[in-house]
Design a protein around this ligand. Sequence first.
Ligand code: PEP
Ligand code: MG
Length: 323
Amino acid sequence: QKQEWAKLVNEQTTTKDSHHVELAANIGTPKDLEGVIDNGAEGIGLYRTEFLYMGRTELPTEEEQFVAYKEVVERMEGKPVVIRTLDIGGDKELPYLDLPKEMNPFLGFRAIRLCLEEQDIFRTQLRALLRASAFGNLKIMFPMIATLDEFRQAKAILLEEKDKLVADGISVSDEIEIGMMVEIPSTAVAADLFAKEVDFFSIGTNDLIQYTMAADRMNEQVSYLYQPYHPAILRLVKMVIDAAHKEGKWAGMCGEMAGDEIAIPLLLGLGLDEFSMSATSILPARSQLLKLSKEELETFAKDMLYLDTADEVEQRVREAFLK
Ligand code: PEP
Ligand code: MG
């Protein structure tokens, strides 16, 4: 099997019925690029920039960030690179920011909420991203968006920083796509409203599942509720993809679910355009996708939305595709 996968490193991901999907990688630092390139990723679907801020005693400077972002887009040689702005808070703390302890950190002051409040931190990161955009195919994505107003504010700040850089004669790409994570149920349910204003969606199932099922993703005792194949989750995923397509936008997924062999046939059938996963999952996923037909899966996936339980969905996928 390893040998079969190795042959697929330089292949496109095209299904049996000639439908192309993009298989991208999730990374945390530029050091991860080697594995990404060795495993034939067609892009980066999620660069978690938090790691630049962690394990140190002060904020990274604009220059430090610029160097890291530039390295990633350059080494990807024009392939798409989706960089997510700072998603700190929740399970990821930054001791030097001295944030107050919260009762419910996963429902608290984190990610875009923090960035819109602490604008110096946000603007520094945005400037570094904008400068790096001149060196490759960089896309910017905001995490933990709950309302349209947050997306608009974040985008407005980004465009302000862009105008300032351009006025200073610094080159910035004019083709940066600006998207958002869909990881809060409000944005999946109202995806049609968001789709009019974003360039793309990336579904963050790690959080979307925890918030939809009200089950902490780190708590073993409630892990039985953490059900990626639950029809409620599949329906939300479908709403997001359909809303994006209706506005001519693309929809990806960068949660763990995107690389899961049970989920992959369902996601293909629901029309997902981009699957972003850990580098080691890319070749197995490509091998699986090459043998599937999107058209056949469309009906199958829709049927799954009406089963009673996640277990039944899993069983049906296993019987049909994983024997
Ligand atoms: C997600 O929530 O699915 C996601 C990709 O983000 P993170 O795992 O970093 O919260
Ligand atoms: Mg998340």
